[in-house]
Design a protein around this ligand. Sequence first.
Ligand code: NPQ
Ligand code: MG
Length: 371
Amino acid sequence: MKLERVELRRIDIPLRTPFRTSMGLELRRDILLLRAETTEGHGWGECVAMPEPGYSEEYLDGAAEIISRFLLPMVAAVEGLTPARAAQAMAAIPGHPMAKATVEMALTDAWLRARGTSYADHLGAVRSEVDCGVSVGIADSIDRLLAEVTGYVEQGYRRIKLKIEPGWDVEPVRAVREAFPDIALQADANAAYTLSDARHLAELDAFDLTMLEQPLSAADVRDHATLARMLRTPICLDESIISARSAVDAITLGACAIVNIKAGRVGGYLEARRIHDVCAAHSVPVWCGGMLETGLGQAANLALAALPGFTLPADIAPSERYFATDVTPAITMNAEGRIAVPTGAGLGLEPVDEVLERYTTAVATLSDLSF
Ligand code: NPQ
Ligand code: MG
């Protein structure tokens, strides 16, 4: 396979409901899509970076720059290009995992489409559907939170994840637990606390949470290990886990009992699978995180979440959770809170042209990738 031409496309989709986290309020989803044309056909990649740094250091304009200026020329020069060789070549540049994952995802889609193989079979999936959870943003009041969560429970989501931050933690978690004594419930802090909040966070132990996700900063792995010894609630790491190596380090230190896997955060689906493998070897359960992806990203995440070690519900949502109209045919969830893993070649779905055009804010075509 050889890379011939790439289209970078920015799309801007209004969110159906505002999504507030400790990093800020999101009203729309501004997304970078990459369409790779190769000698064997085309494929799609989706960049999960946000317009501004916050969740991590990456941001959309920076991702577009490193992709077009450095990653694509490197990948275009690879002899006998495969997704794995592309990932290997891109590893020469440190960092920029979301940008690398975008390129790897598009090349993988093209590669698999040409071979009639699904993303799920490529990654080693063993399930035909995935259990879905929902990530609930910080609300304006406890009453509004309860109304929102009630709707999600009625829709069949198999677990509820509450975004928390200092000032919005114990009370909302208590209220949801009292209203729904039996639901699977977890909280995600997106690194909003420090170790000095340990006694306060220990109050969450009263609510039988499946996990507390990323309470401390990404670099504070040792502090997470200290915190883990002070809490009964299992710690899950998201932002801290940037590779299979860092997953092994965190597990060995006792910093987490559960790992959230996002391909964008770790540089691609191949590294995501390696994290799954090392976690399985350490008997650490994993689950598939989400970044408010379109149907393209959700399709790849569904394939990943169908691997055997993904034993907890995913942050994979039906299209309607975030968007009035997705760029792909809508991904739907059944009344039991499950979404089918796509079975078609590659991602198994494609953007709908007129929807894509409607949301597009900028397009760049890169055809001279040879220098
Ligand atoms: C998390 N995702 O697990 C992330 C963080 C996150 C579904 O909770 C725009 C784009 C806003 C991506 C807000 C979920 C976002 C975003 C939060 C990702 O930590
Ligand atoms: Mg998270």
